[in-house]
Design a protein around this ligand. Structure first.
Ligand code: WT7
Length: 669
C-alpha cells in the first residue's frame, strides 16, 4: 500500500461516507449533482426507476425521465455564457507530426459546433437519426459528435482502425443515413487512406440495399494546401509534404466539410431532448461474434461522466488533462469529449502514436502543454517500458499530478514502473475498471484518498454497488473470488443494445437475476480491495480492446481453405493477450506460410488490424466434447505448453491433444 497524495478533493473517510450515501440514497445523491446542470424542464416524475430482475419483467433503467435538456448545450453554451469560460482552451490539438498543432477555445468550439449542426440540419438530420462517424483524432471529430448531440441525433463513431467491412456492418445495424469521414491521415509513418476505406464500405452498404445518402469529408491532409489554417491561434501549417492521396469523389453523395461550413450560420438552437433519449451508439464485441450497439442516454451519462471525471482525476480548473485513448472507444467518448468538457477542462487531443517520431513523444507533449493529469492504457505502458527509463527521464514531467490507467488488468511490474519512472513516485495512480456498457468508471481509487495497491482497481465509485457471486449466484462476503456484478443502477449504465433489447437482457441480466453481470472475474482481499482477474466469457482483451473468439473464428472460416477454427487468448508481454488460432483445413488444402499470410489478411480486412493473430497453428483435429463443443480451456493450455490439463475425460478423441502439443507454434508468424 503506497501513500496517497496530500491535497485532494476528498479523503478516505469522506469517500466512505459519500459512497454509503450514494448507494443508500441514489436519488438524493444524484439529484444534488443534477442541480449543477441546465435542464430546460425539470423532472416531472420519479428521479429513478428500474428493474434489474428478468423474472419480474422487462429490464430497464430510467434516470430523470421526462426532464428535458441538451448535453451539447451543457458542455459548451453553459461554459461560454454562464461560466465565462469562452476564452479558455478546450483542446490543444497535437498532430501526428511534432510541430503540427492548433488549439481551440470553448467559444470557438461552440461556433464550429453550431455551424456544423446547421450543416447537418440542412442535410435533413433530425432528432433520433443515426449518423456514422469514421475519423482520426482531429478536432472535427469532436465538432461532429457534439453537433449530432446538439440536434438529438445519435452518433455512432467507428474507430478509424476498423476495416471497411466492420464500418459497413455497423452502418447497416443502426441504419445510419449519413457518414462523416476524412481524406486521409498518418499514424506514425503509416499513411491511412481513410476515404478509400469509407468508399469501399459505402459500396458494400449499397450492394446490401442500403444506400447512405450523404458522406461529408474533412480535408485533413490537404488542409495546408487549402489555406485552411484560419484560426488566429493556429500555428504553422502541416510540415510533412502533402502526399498524393488519390481520392475518388462520388458526385451526389460526397460533400467537402469546409465548403459546407463556409455557408453555415454560427448560431443554432439546440434540440431539447428527454433525459432518457439516446445520445449515442457505440459498438463493442459480443460473444456471438456480431458486435453489440451499446446505447447510452443523455441525462444519466452526462451526470456520470462529469462526476467521475471530477473525482477520479481530482479535477481543478487549472488542470491540463490528457487522455490518450482514441475517441472511437468509450474511453475517448467519456474522457476526451464529454467528461472534460462538462467540467470546463482544458485537454490535449493527440492524433499520433507514443513511438513517433521517437519513444519520448508522450513525455515531450506532457512538458509542452504542462499536462497535470494523464490517462492511458497498460499496453502503452508495457510497450514504453521496453525502451527503458531514458526516453522518459530526459523530459521533466514536473507538471504531472495524477496518472490513470484503463482497459485491462495492469500487472504490478508495469504499475510500479509507471509510478516510479513516469510519476517519479509523486503521483497517485488511478487504475480505473469500467466497460463500454458502464459509460464511466466503476471501480477506481480516488487520488489522494485511496491508499493504493499495485494492480487493484480498489473501491467502487459513488453510486456503484459491486458484489461477488459464486456459480450458484450467492453473494460472497469478505475475502472471496467469483463473478463481478453490480446490484443497482448508476446513471451511466447502458440502456439497451440497439435494435435488440432481448440480447441486452440475455447478455447482462439473465445469468444472475437481479444483477448486472460484467463478464469479469474478480477477487476481494481482506482489506476489501477489488482485483479484476479477467474475462470469464469467450472474450479476449488485446491491448485493452475486447474481441470475441467467435468474430475471429468466423473471419477465419470464411476463407475457402478453412473448415473449422478455434481461437484462444495467449499471454503477450505488451498486448496483455494476443490471439492464438487453431485451424482445421478443408480436404485438398495444405498449410503453408502463404496460407497464414492470407488468413491474417482476411482477419485484417474483416475486422481490422487489432485482431491480427500472433499465432496460427494447423489443427487436423480439435479437442471437443462428445456433444461437439470445442474445449477452449484445453486449447489455451496447449498454446502455453502447459500439460496440466485438468479433467479431460469429456474429450471425445484424446489423441488430437498430443498431436496439437507436438506441433505448437514456437514463434510468432
Ligand atoms: C473490459 C471492458 C472501459 C474502457 C476500456 C475498455 C477490461 C477495463 C480494466 C481495469 C482490469 C479492465 C475488463 C472489462 N478492463 N478496465 N482497470 N482492470 N480490467 O472497454 O472494450 O468495453 O472492455 O476491459 O475485462 O470488462 P471495453
Amino acid at each position: 500500500v503506497l501513500p496517497p497524495r496530500s491535497s485532494a478533493r476528498v479523503d478516505l473517510q469522506r469517500y466512505r461516507e459519500l459512497h454509503r450515501r450514494s448507494v443508500e440514497e441514489p436519488r438524493e445523491f444524484w439529484g444534488n449533482i443534477a442541480k449543477e446542470f441546465y435542464w430546460k424542464t425539470a423532472c416531472p416524475g420519479p428521479f429513478l426507476q428500474y428493474n434489474f430482475d428478468v423474472t419480474k419483467g422487462k429490464i430497464f433503467t430510467e434516470w430523470m425521465k421526462g426532464a428535458t435538456t441538451n448535453i451539447c448545450y451543457n458542455v459548451l453554451d453553459r461554459n461560454v455564457h454562464e461560466k465565462k469560460l469562452g476564452d479558455k482552451v478546450a483542446f490543444y490539438w497535437e498532430g501526428n507530426e511534432p510541430g503540427e498543432t492548433t488549439k481551440i477555445t470553448y467559444r470557438e468550439l461552440l461556433v464550429q459546433v453550431c455551424q456544423f449542426s446547421n450543416v447537418l440540419r440542412k442535410q435533413g438530420i433530425q432528432k433520433g437519426d443515426r449518423v456514422a462517424i469514421y475519423m482520426p483524432m482531429i478536432l472535427e471529430l469532436v465538432v461532429a459528435m457534439l453537433a449530432c448531440a446538439r440536434l438529438g441525433a445519435l452518433h455512432s463513431i467507428v474507430f478509424a482502425g476498423f476495416s471497411a467491412e466492420s464500418l459497413c456492418e455497423r452502418i447497416l445495424d443502426s441504419s445510419c443515413c449519413l457518414l462523416i469521414t476524412t481524406d486521409a491521415f498518418y499514424r506514425g509513418e503509416k499513411l491511412v487512406n481513410l476515404k478509400e476505406l469509407a468508399d469501399e464500405s459505402l459500396e458494400k452498404c449499397r450492394e446490401k440495399g442500403f444506400p447512405v445518402r450523404c458522406c461529408i469529408v474533412v480535408k485533413h491532409l490537404g488542409r495546408a494546401e487549402l489555406g485552411m489554417n484560419d484560426s488566429p491561434s493556429q500555428s504553422p501549417p502541416v510540415k510533412r509534404p502533402c502526399p498524393d492521396v488519390q481520392i475518388c469523389w462520388n458526385e451526389g453523395v460526397d460533400l467537402w466539410w469546409h465548403e459546407l461550413m463556409q455557408q453555415a450560420g454560427d448560431e443554432c438552437e439546440p434540440e431539447w431532448c428527454d433525459a432518457e433519449d439516446p445520445l449515442f451508439i457505440l459498438y463493442t464485441s459480443g460473444s456471438t461474434g456480431k458486435p453489440k450497439g451499446v446505447v447510452h442516454t443523455i441525462g444519466g451519462y452526462m451526470l456520470y461522466v462529469a462526476t467521475t471525471f471530477k473525482y477520479v482525476f481530482d479535477f481543478h480548473p487549472e488542470d491540463v488533462f490528457w487522455c490518450t485513448a482514441d475517441i472511437g472507444w468509450i474511453t475517448g467518448h467519456s474522457y476526451v469529449t464529454y467528461g472534460p468538457l462538462a467540467n470546463g477542462a482544458t485537454s490535449v487531443l493527440f492524433e499520433g502514436i507514443p513511438t513517433y517520431p521517437d519513444e519520448g513523444r508522450l513525455w515531450s507533449i506532457v512538458d509542452k502543454y504542462k499536462v497535470t493529469k494523464f490517462y492511458t492504457a497498460p499496453t502503452a505502458i508495457r510497450m514504453l517500458m521496453k525502451f527503458g527509463d531514458d526516453p522518459v527521464t530526459k523530459h521533466s514531467r514536473a507538471s504531472l499530478q495524477v496518472l490513470g490507467t484503463v482497459g485491462e488488468p495492469i500487472n504490478p511490474e508495469a504499475w510500479l514502473w509507471y509510478h516510479r519512472v513516469v510519476g517519479s513516485q509523486r503521483c497517485p495512480i488511478v487504475d480505473t475498471f469500467w466497460q463500454t456498457e458502464t459509460g464511466g468508471h466503476m471501480l477506481t481509487p480516488l487520488p489522494g484518498a485511496t491508499p493504493m495497491k499495485p494492480g487493484s482497481a480498489s473501491f467502487p465509485f459513488f453510486g456503484v454497488a459491486p458484489a461477488i457471486l459464486n456459480e450458484s449466484g450467492e453473494e460472497l462476503e469478505g475475502e472471496a473470488e467469483g463473478y463481478l456484478v453490480f446490484k443497482q443502477p448508476w446513471p451511466g449504465i447502458m440502456r439497451t443494445v440497439y435494435g435488440n433489447h432481448t440480447r441486452f437482457e440475455t447478455t447482462y441480466f439473465k445469468k444472475f437475476p437481479g444483477y448486472y453481470v460484467t463478464g469479469d472475474g474478480c477477487r476481494r482481499d481482506q482489506d476489501g480491495y477489488y482485483w479484476i482477474t479477467g474475462r470469464i466469457d469467450d472474450m479476449l482483451n488485446v491491448s485493452g480492446h475486447l474481441l470475441s473468439t467467435a468474430e475471429v473464428e468466423s473471419a477465419l472460416v470464411e476463407h475457402e481453405a478453412v473448415a473449422e477454427a478455434a481461437v484462444v487468448g495467449h499471454p503477450h508481454p505488451v498486448k496483455g493477450e494476443c490471439l492464438y488460432c487453431f485451424v482445421t483445413l478443408c480436404d485438398g488444402h495444405t498449410f503453408s506460410p502463404t496460407l497464414t499470410e492470407e488468413l491474417k489478411k482476411q482477419i485484417r480486412e474483416k475486422i481490422g488490424p487489432i485482431a491480427t493473430p500472433d499465432y496460427i497453428q494447423n489443427a487436423p483435429g480439435l479437442p471437443k466434447t462428445r456433444s461437439g463443443k470445442i474445449m477452449r480451456r484445453v486449447l489455451r493450455k496447449i498454446a502455453q505448453n502447459d500439460h496440466d490439463l485438468g479433467d479431460t475425460s469429456t474429450v471425445a478423441d484424446p489423441s488430437v491433444i498430443n498431436h496439437l502439443f507436438s506441433h505448437r507454434c514456437l514463434t510468432t508468424q
